[in-house]
Design a protein around this ligand. Structure first.
Ligand code: SF4
Length: 195
């Protein structure tokens, strides 16, 4: 739900443009969407260690994932160059907690939304943005990194909130959202940063 609270560091024009953008993101299937001050985003380099533990099995196997995506400290510093961030989440009902097919489809739906938002944000006249999604880039069925070839879609490839060291549960709280949305649901977060 878009906030009716005025943002302190926004002009009236920015407030109106972000309100319209937020409405559009919700219309495209996000469960919640909210623009907040980018300074409220908390980061921690420990998330790079969590990636390196490779629980997902993709560490070093995708151009948009660590370690190839870049130095975590430089990436966290880059976030400090942005003024605002649109935080959005998808919440999908599952048949039960073992519904891996449902989780996978929910992840694909989140990725489609994140990619759609590139055009939505550009069409709204915003430039100089950074789009971050949930998990690694899933644009290609098999990332070109695995065959040691260049990224096939550098303009559309998307890295994750975690790769930038963003503390996602605190981001959710800062945006007034729940990190977990009840039993038998799966929640994904995305963000768009604006200068
Ligand atoms: S666009 Fe394709 S090749 Fe590029 S990072 Fe994403 S999955 Fe890999």
């Amino acid at each position: 739900m878009p906030s009716s609270q005025p943002q302190k560091n926004m002009t009236h024009d920015e407030q109106a443009r972000f309100a319209a953008l937020t409405k559009e993101v919700l219309a495209r299937g996000a469960f919640r969407a909210q623009v907040i001050d980018a300074a409220a985003v908390e980061t921690d380099a420990v998330f790079r260690d969590i990636c390196a533990a490779n629980a997902c099995g993709v560490y070093g196997k995708c151009w948009m994932c660590p370690p190839d995506i870049g130095d975590i400290h430089e990436m966290m510093a880059e976030l400090r160059t942005y003024r605002h961030v649109l935080v959005y989440q998808t919440v999908t009902a599952l048949e039960d907690s073992y519904d891996f097919e449902g989780m996978t489809e929910a992840g694909h739906a989140m990725n489609r939304l994140a990619q759609d938002l590139r055009r939505v944000v550009a069409d709204a006249g915003f430039t100089d943005t950074l789009h971050l999604g949930a998990g690694g880039c899933r644009l290609c069925a098999v990332c070109a990194k695995r065959t040691d070839e260049p990224c096939r879609f550098p303009d559309r490839a998307m890295t994750s909130l975690e790769a930038y060291g963003i503390h996602v549960s605190r981001l959710a709280a800062a945006a007034g959202m729940k990190y977990i949305n009840g039993p038998d649901t799966v929640t994904f977060f995305g963000a768009v940063f604006f200068r």
